[in-house]
Design a protein around this ligand. Structure first.
Ligand SMILES: Nc1ncnc2c1ncn2[C@@H]1O[C@H](COP(=O)(O)OP(=O)(O)OP(=O)(O)O)[C@@H](O)[C@H]1O
Length: 332
């Protein structure tokens, strides 16, 4: 669905300082049909710039890409017809009725009026917008407006849809509800989804696969679980009688890859690559040595741990206000 090689984008800085911002520094991407891929990175990492290049809104300074089966540089119109794009701020006009907005969007894609109305109905049902046809879009709640944005992005039945920061600005309940809808769209329509986010929980909850970008470069790629297991392993805490803790720690040290030991009173803490497979082995070893385990806790590393390991800073710390005076971006 998407193949990109060496995508780059430089911006000229306007104003007295001048100079250049190298926003995207050579990005390679491969997305298969049916995947739900999360493009994760802190503010200013290059997510939106990459997305805007892939959706033909911004011309790459270098690199090539095929998007939705069409060549990005040779056939941008073909790309546009085959994809849906839901921008960060959405694209609904405030004084237009929901039903009209959907139909007009379909007409923009040269669908017949009857087809756009029919498709609008299907999407309204799937995205929980039924009964809102006559409402002005400015009266919708944040969550409803976001779902309308998505319906508009899907009106022409694209096989591939780009969502830029889909849940930004929504309250926790509306976010969870939106995630459910995104999952359903993929399941029911088989649409390939490429979404950007700087929320770790969103990436974790939604994506089959994550691509992590920092400072214009891809720094990691994999399923949320595989990324987490690449880091420092699962955290384990076991409880034993205080007099047995040294012996228990000694047995735990024999587990493949166990590290970072800490023993306090009746607690032994350590990290191990796969907590779920290591624990039964440890339990057997403790049993064989007559040591009773009174408690056990295994915690998986978070995506924030992954980011910290990859870049030396936490994703949240990395979210600093974007600086520099933007130029007016050229449209390809
Ligand atoms: N039109 C522009 N002119 C100058 N610099 C730009 C322009 N657009 C983006 N940049 C710079 O390029 C870098 C990447 O920005 P981009 O918006 O792609 O990041 P992002 O990962 O999408 O961040 P966010 O999460 O804040 O949307 C930033 O340093 C930004 O200031």
């Amino acid at each position: 669905m998407i193949t990109a090689r060496g995508l780059e984008r430089r911006f000229r800085r306007k104003g007295r300082g001048g100079g250049e911002v190298h926003a995207v520094k050579g990005v390679d991407l491969d997305v298969e049909a049916g995947e739900l891929v999360g493009f994760l990175g802190p503010n200013g990492a290059g997510k939106t710039t990459t997305l805007r290049m892939l959706t033909t809104l911004l011309k790459p300074s270098a690199g090539t890409a095929t998007v939705g089966g069409r060549d990005l540089l040779a056939d941008p119109l073909g790309v546009r017809r085959n994809i849906g794009y839901v921008a960060q701020g959405g694209g609904t006009a405030p004084e237009v009725r929901v039903g009209e907005e959907l139909t007009m969007q379909g007409r923009l894609y040269r669908m017949s009026k009857a087809d756009s109305i029919a498709r609008g109905r299907v999407l309204s049902e799937q995205l929980d917008l039924t009964g809102l046809d006559e409402r002005l879009t400015k009266t919708l709640s944040g969550g409803q407006r976001r779902r309308l944005d998505i319906a508009m992005g899907l009106i022409h039945s694209p096989a591939l849809v780009f969502l830029d920061e889909p849940s930004t600005g929504l309250d926790p309940q509306s976010r969870a509800n939106l995630w459910e809808h995104i999952r359903r769209l993929r399941a029911e329509q088989g649409v390939t989804i490429f979404l950007t986010t700087h929320y770790l929980d969103e990436a974790d909850a939604l994506a089959d696969r994550l691509i992590v970008i920092d400072d214009g470069r891809i720094v990691a790629e994999g399923t949320p679980d595989s990324l987490k297991s690449r880091v420092s392993g699962d955290g384990v805490v076991i409880g034993v009688a205080p007099q047995s803790s040294a012996a228990a720690a000694e047995l735990a040290r024999r587990l493949d890859g166990a590290h970072d030991f800490e023993t306090t009173g009746g607690e032994v803490r350590f990290r191990v690559p796969r907590g779920d497979t290591a624990m039964p082995e440890l339990l057997r070893a403790l049993d064989a040595n007559g040591i009773e385990m009174t408690s056990m806790q295994v915690t998986r590393p978070t995506l924030d741990d992954v980011f910290l390991t990859l870049t030396g800073r936490s994703l949240r710390d990395a979210e600093q206000p974007v600086t520099g005076e933007p130029e007016v971006s050229g449209v390809a």
